[in-house]
Design a binder for this molecule. Structure first.
Ligand code: ADP
Ligand code: MG
Length: 496
């Protein structure tokens, strides 16, 4: 991964393709050269034979007039015409059977003897055809055509020569042309191949490698490669994406793991809180059960005694009546504590009935003393269905929640009680919201533990009773609080 690629696929493929092209073009040039050389030589030879035959015809005509070859004069002019007229032809001559040059386009050569053995051999054989002669280091193709006399006897041969170099030069020219066009097409092919490979191979591959590299570096396994081609590279990208998909499904991210651990820890803590709560309740239950009972009777007796004294001392002085009131109120407070104590440890089975929420809340508020610094807002829709609960128990739930709300607003504030119905769930949620001191998270965590209180005169049973009685009536309790802003308790209950 991340290694530097020196010779890429693109370069390798291009190099191989260029090599193959070079070889193909090389072989083509060599073979076509050979074929061309032969064809061109053939053509030039046939041409020189034809030219030679033309010259022979002129000679034949003169012979038919009865002129003998050795008596003929001025025929070198015809020879000169041919050399002038046909490009490439080096010489034209008429040679006698003994090898003496009778006529030559170069008159200086007339009367000389031919020395070349190949021509001499052809003369002796009196044959028609092409021979290769060499003269002063240069080679010539020579077309030899025998000429007959009036009686058909051999008289001389016409010889028309052109240089072998003519063929060689033309062939070389052709080869150079072939090599140049070949090189041009190789260059074009190489450029084309480079572009093609870079579009269809190098770039998609680079993208794939880049993505893999990024995944490795950032450990971000949500990355994917764009796939658009239907070739092997497309398949590779698709396979890579599928692999990443699987990886993502089976990999637990660090963040996910951390939040899982957090969640489990919180659940464990909640279970632990609940266990502690239950344990405390169990111990409390034993103590409260007996003490509560024991206290109830004397409190009842005291309450009766105060009632008796109040009736008997109806004309007593102000101070005595005041003290009797104080005793009466304190007894009522003590009775409430005892009943909280008993309710918190052994909840009596609820006696559910149809209860109108509005009436129930008005009754609860009526029994509570709410300081004038606190505004109570009651918002209960008239369309609300009645609840199916134990009226006394739910009254106690509301009483405890409203008391807490009032106690949370020592400087005064607003207490809002509203109800909403969730028709589909057939439930009503009553929320009791104060604008009081609110709660810190650590208070929230221990809220429902028996005996947990932050108040000097609190006993920490109010919310235990709230939870027990709400749950006994098939409901749930939720709480939301912000320090300094206030608290909202929500009780959700079934409608009748
Ligand atoms: P107590 O009222 O006797 O303290 P509770 O069970 O009623 O016991 O309440 C426990 C604790 O929860 C309180 O001491 C208080 O710290 C906190 N608490 C309950 N209700 C509220 C509220 N509405 N606003 C702020 N704190 C509250
Ligand atoms: Mg309380």
């Amino acid at each position: 991964m991340g290694q530097v690629i020196k010779v890429g696929i693109r370069e390798k493929v291009t190099l191989i393709a260029a090599g193959i092209l070079c070889l193909a073009i090389g072989v083509t040039v060599v073979t076509s050269d050979y074929a061309f050389r032969r064809a061109y030589a053939d053509a030039l030879q046939s041409r020189s034979l034809a030219i030679g035959k033309g010259l022979k015809l002129q000679l034949d005509r003169l012979i038919q007039f009865g002129i003998k070859v050795e008596e003929l004069t001025g025929f070198e002019e015809q020879c000169q015409d041919i050399v002038k007229e046909y490009t490439g032809i080096s010489y034209a001559m008429v040679v006698g059977g003994d090898g003496t040059i009778l006529f030559h386009n170069n008159p200086a050569k007339q009367g000389q003897a031919v020395v070349d053995s190949a021509i001499l051999r052809a003369l002796k054989a009196r044959a028609e055809g092409i021979v290769v002669s060499s003269e002063q280091g240069a080679e010539y193709y020579v077309a030899m055509i025998p000429v007959a006399g009036l009686r058909g006897e051999y008289v001389a041969s016409v010889a028309v020569g052109f240089p072998v170099a003519l063929v060689v030069n033309k062939t070389r020219e052709m080869a150079v042309f072939g090599v140049v066009t070949g090189a041009a097409s190789i260059a074009t092919a190489v450029v084309g191949l480079l572009v093609f490979l870079s579009i269809f191979v190098t770039k998609p591959l680079g993208k794939l490698v880049g993505t893999i590299d990024e995944v490795r570096r950032s450990a971000d396994i949500s990355r994917r490669v764009n796939t658009y081609s239907k070739d092997e590279l497309g398949a590779l990208a698709t396979a890579f994406n599928a692999m990443m998909e699987n990886l993502e499904k089976t990999t637990v991210s660090k963040a996910g793991l951390a939040s899982k651990v957090e969640e489990r820890t919180r659940e464990l803590l909640e279970v632990q809180e609940e266990l502690v709560r239950k344990e405390k309740l169990a111990i409390l239950g034993q103590v409260a059960g007996s003490v509560g009972h024991e206290l109830r009777n004397p409190l009842g007796v005291m309450s009766n005694a105060v009632y008796f004294l109040q009736t008997v001392l109806s004309d007593a002085d102000e101070t005595t009546r005041e003290y009797l009131d104080i005793i009466k109120n304190e007894i009522a407070g003590s009775e409430r504590i005892v009943s909280d104590l008993l309710d918190s440890v052994r909840t009596k089975p609820p006696q559910p009935e149809r209860v109108g929420l509005q009436a129930l809340l008005e009754q609860t508020l009526g029994k509570l003393v709410i300081p004038s610094s606190i505004t109570v807002k009651l918002d209960i829709p008239a369309t609300l269905h009645p609840l199916r609960v134990d009226a006394m128990q739910i009254h106690q739930v509301f009483r405890n929640l409203i008391s807490n709300g009032v106690e949370a607003m020592p400087q005064g504030g607003t207490l809002e009680i509203r109800a909403t119905e969730e028709v589909a769930a057939q439930t009503v949620t009553v929320s009791i919201r104060d604008s009081g001191i609110g709660m810190a998270p650590e208070v929230l965590a221990k809220l429902f533990q028996p005996l947990f209180t932050t108040k000097a005169r609190g006993i920490g049973l109010g919310l235990v009773v709230v939870k027990n009685l709400t749950q006994a009536n098939g409901g749930t309790v939720a709480v939301q609080s912000e320090p300094g802003k206030g608290t909202t308790f929500s009780i959700t209950l079934q409608v009748a």
